[in-house]
Design a binder for this molecule. Structure first.
Ligand code: URP
Ligand code: ZN
Ligand code: ZN
Length: 454
């Protein structure tokens, strides 16, 4: 199967050019003009940007959070992802505390069958001991080269010693460990204080875990990584204070990588006062305008490295399962379909980022940090994972005009420009004129070790 993409502007992280692309099977085989396209399907990309498929560094599909299971599974989540231009998601396979990493990996492989875009797994470690340590070999040999450890949540939280020991083992596997940085003991105390004052409404959520709760945890993680002699990766960074701590670590010579998410770039904590405030309960919580602006500036200046969605969707009924009390509400929001549109509209169109930056944060950096060197770039011999982005489209996100399996969106009301007109995954035309043409064609991406970006 060959596809010729004609008349578009190719955008890579390091520049743009007007050239055509020919794919054959799952590879890009030629870039240029007058390409020999006999027998190829022809896509006219006039007026469009042709970018490497977006990689979402952070999704939670089919995740049991105790109270309920996320609204999106791999079938619905990866379909929505593909429609938004994402050709690969990295989801969090999550170890049961009394289970093994291998069991979690097998479970996630089953969950992911029938995915419509490519997928890989970070492994969330809930228990660090000699058995888990030995399993890192198996993980590396089976394409899992990144991990998450949580400083929070019953059933997932690990202690600082476990993080230190895991980092040292990860170093021998060229693996990155992303840490969810919040101080659990302090935020639990603050929740108790709020309860004593009778505060149970959603606006109590950001009060219980303010910027210092994240910044303290980032600072601690930086020192633990320094002691372990490893790179550090912070997932879903949300605050200026946290960024300052990471920058301090860089200033003393540490190798630090940072992920943020569209919600921390676009939403603020006044949303918790909205009638549907539970919708915005996620951890870390939404922050202040100053944080938002500092994160945009961080992207502009290259201080951050990736933008993942942290897609973790719940219906409004699920969000209300705790009776509207902030400390009983499932944490997380939907976002996997809208990342490209939001970053294009509020980053590129508003002059905060270039198109090349967009590719760097959505495609190139994720491909390097997470061991997928044949993706994240439009070049000969690279994977034919391509998004043809039409900048002429515009619309408004609502609670329902999306393909998530839930009845809400934290971005409802946001005007957006640009859309994925065509999406090619593994050389197949998956999204055609904004609609899914082929479902269930995603493949597991077995990853190599991380590649240094800084
Ligand atoms: O609230 C969130 N972010 N839920 C998903 C789990 C996590 O911590 O990433
Ligand atoms: Zn997290
Ligand atoms: Zn997450």
């Amino acid at each position: 199967m060959r596809i010729l993409i004609k008349n578009g502007t190719i955008v890579n992280a390091n520049g743009r050019e007007r050239k055509d692309i020919l794919t054959d099977g799952d590879r890009i085989i030629a870039i240029g003009g007058n390409l020999d396209a006999a027998g190829a399907e022809v896509i006219d990309a006039a007026g469009c940007y042709v970018m490497p498929g977006f990689i979402d560094t952070h999704t939670h599909f089919d995740l049991d959070v105790g109270l309920c299971v996320t609204a999106d599974n791999f079938r619905t989540g990866t379909r929505a992802a593909a429609l938004g231009g994402t050709t690969c998601v990295l989801d969090f396979a999550t170890q049961d505390r009394d289970g093994t990493l291998k069991q979690a990996l097998e479970t996630w492989h089953k969950k992911a069958e029938g995915s419509s875009c490519n997928y890989g797994f970070h492994m969330a470690i809930a228990r660090w001991d000699a058995e888990t340590e030995k399993e890192m070999d198996y993980m590396s040999n089976n394409g899992v080269t990144s991990y998450k450890m949580y400083m929070v949540y019953d059933g997932l939280k690990v202690d600082d010693g476990q993080i230190y020991a895991a980092l040292k083992t990860a170093r021998d596997h060229d693996a990155l460990i992303g840490i969810h940085c919040e101080n659990w003991e302090v935020l639990l105390r603050r929740i108790e204080e709020l309860k004593e004052q009778g505060v149970t409404q959603p606006w109590g959520h950001p009060v219980s875990r303010p910027a210092e709760v994240e910044a303290e945890a980032v600072a601690r993680y930086m020192r633990i990584a320094q002691l372990a002699g490893t790179p550090a990766y912070v997932v879903h960074l949300s605050t200026e204070e946290g960024l300052i701590e990471a920058q301090r670590a860089r200033a003393r010579g540490q190798e630090v990588y940072l992920e943020t998410c569209p919600q921390y770039l676009l939403l603020t904590d006044d949303r918790y006062r909205d009638p549907d405030g539970v919708k915005f309960i996620m951890s870390p919580p939404l922050r202040k305008d100053t944080d938002r602006e500092r994160l945009w500036q961080g992207l502009k200046e290259g201080e951050l490295d990736t933008i993942g969605t942290d897609h973790c969707s719940f219906t409004m009924e699920q969000k209300m399962m705790g009776g509207g009390r902030f400390f009983k509400t499932p944490n997380g929001g939907a976002g996997v379909q809208h990342r490209g549109q939001l970053i294009y509209t509020y980053g590129v169109c508003e002059g905060r980022l270039t198109l090349e930056d967009m590719v760097k944060y959505l495609s190139y950096n994720p491909s390097r940090l997470f061991g997928m060197p044949d993706r994240g770039e439009i070049a000969e011999e690279k994977a034919a994972d391509i998004v043809i982005w039409d900048p002429s489209v515009s619309g408004t996100i609502t609670d329902t005009n999306h393909d998530y399996n839930c009845d809400n969106s934290v971005f409802a009301g946001f005007d957006v420009k640009g859309a994925a007109r065509h999406v090619i995954i593994n050389g197949e035309h998956i999204v055609e004129n904004g609609s899914i043409k082929l479902e269930g064609r995603g493949r597991y991406i077995s990853r190599t070790g991380y590649m240094k970006l800084r």
